[in-house]
Design a protein around this ligand. Sequence first.
Ligand code: FDA
Length: 583
Amino acid sequence: NSEVVDTDVLIVGSGPAGSSAALFLSTLGVDNIMITKYRWTANTPRAHITNQRTMEIFRDVGIEAQVLAEATPHEMIGDTVFCTSIAGDEIGRILAWGNHPSRHADYELASPSLNCDIPQTYLEPILVKNATMRGTQTEFSTEYLSHTQDGTGVSVRVLHRVTGREYTIRAKYLIGADGARSKVASDIDLPMEGEMDIAGSMNITFKTDLTKFVGHRPSVLYWVVQPGSNIGGIGAGLVRMVRPWDEWLIVWGFDISQGAPEVTDEDALQVVRNLIGVPDLEAEITGVSLWGNNEQYAAHLHNGRVFCAGDAVHKHPPSNGLGSNTSIQDSYNLAWKIASVLRGQAGPDLLETYSTERAPVAKQIVTRANQSGREFGALFDALGLKPGQSAEEMNSAIASRKERTPEGARTRTKVREAMELKNYEFNAHGVELGQRYASTAVVPDGREPTSNPRDPELYYQACTDPGVRLPHAWVGNWKEKHSTHDLAPYARFTVLTGTTGAAWEQAAADASQRLGVEIGTVVIGPDREMTDLYFDWDRLRGCAEDGAILVRPDKHIAWRADCLPANPAEQLVTAVSALLSRQ
Ligand code: FDA
């Protein structure tokens, strides 16, 4: 029929990318509709590790406490175990996600928020609920079919799957957040690099109380090296906590070249018993699903008024826990830009920068996640595991690390080195926080980029170079502490300066008025709005006290002035006009 529903932004999908895009747009007051194919949100736990960057985004939009209330906290997720089975031999542990004392300071110093574990089945309802309460029109059981776009908008055909009714939604912009098999991405022909379905995995969800095996070494991830664990999959067998300590998910690989296996509940229970290492374990199997491991990303993320976010543009295994995190961070980058263009504050070219900034991240995380899976190979090598060995040969190879011989000692050293390599999966702080954007939405200041003296994948280096994420420092007054991130809310641009830079306040107010763009100023100094409580900001700010750091709504640094110029308002107007692609 010819019925047409109008909105500013139509979002396809209510996964982490879609529901967070809806939340961010509604938080900014942008009219939006979110459609999703099924009658409710994700029905299996899927993504879970929620990194600091995502948690500080949740903090920014006021839902961090709701997420923490449903999450397993930071200190309970990191005693990552490598073993031959949960009840069997322990090969060793890695303190993951910043839980090692020597890494914990890095994590505490870098962000106001610590990471945690929240399964997708718990996170999505929080995102959908808050988006809908703030204004999103959420339509379940509604499927995207096709679209056409023209100079003023996008007409999208959708199907209401309960009634069979087809209708058109007319939007100014369309966001395809419809997952790894995105129809929107294929309809706009996004250029994809890499391959899908390079290895096979099965997810088995089950319930059984494993407290006595794991309560004293709390983690979300227990990696199992036993016969079969080097075939397909994500590197090794994985027993993953969903809820401590009685709800679990196993990821077990299969040889995808043999086609998809039939997995009955009895087969699933056998895998569970093998990995737990208790032959007569009682467990309730609650689900089995098969999935392909992918190594594919889009080199460009939009076409005209249609944008794709999340797994639609980066498809990779769960290694490093980057899937849902990157999806949410895509939407955080995109939503404020769409809002600025819709309000007439920015030129449409600002939207190009979504792709310029996020496509390199898509490539980086797809590469990292796949490399992490392959790096399990070093552990198999260290243990002497080879393709084609019988189960007996494998078991005796795994046991060879116990030998009281020089050969045994060499094996032990190689096992330690292989375990250390896994820091690139479990403590890759630089990958999580070190994203640096280069686009027209960042105004370079001509200075050399700050170098990172440590490994940039493992370690985050705080700095204020244009393009990087705003460094965190605690500021406040005698009774309150705020992060520098709290000073720069999502709804505006923010200038951070020091006591002798107070003239930036008037300059920002003037620039704000001239441009019709909200630019707040926070002066950090004794007896000012915020005091530099620990002198950390003084160390971090990378410019003179009277200089300025201009922070974008998404907490990336847009522009920096070394010191107070003669005409600060003029300079701000020039910088903001440039980065918003105003003519
Ligand atoms: P996501 O796939 O979550 O959401 C897509 C949305 O689009 C859904 O709401 C769907 O209903 C909707 N949709 C699709 N087609 C549509 C259409 N035509 N019309 C309307 N709606 C449509 N990651 C991780 O970090 N750790 C993990 O353990 C796992 N485990 C895991 C297991 C399995 C089985 C899968 C499939 C994936 C994972 N992942 C994972 C990956 C992680 O779940 C993934 O990165 C995020 O869910 C991506 O979020 P998106 O919102 O982009 O897509």
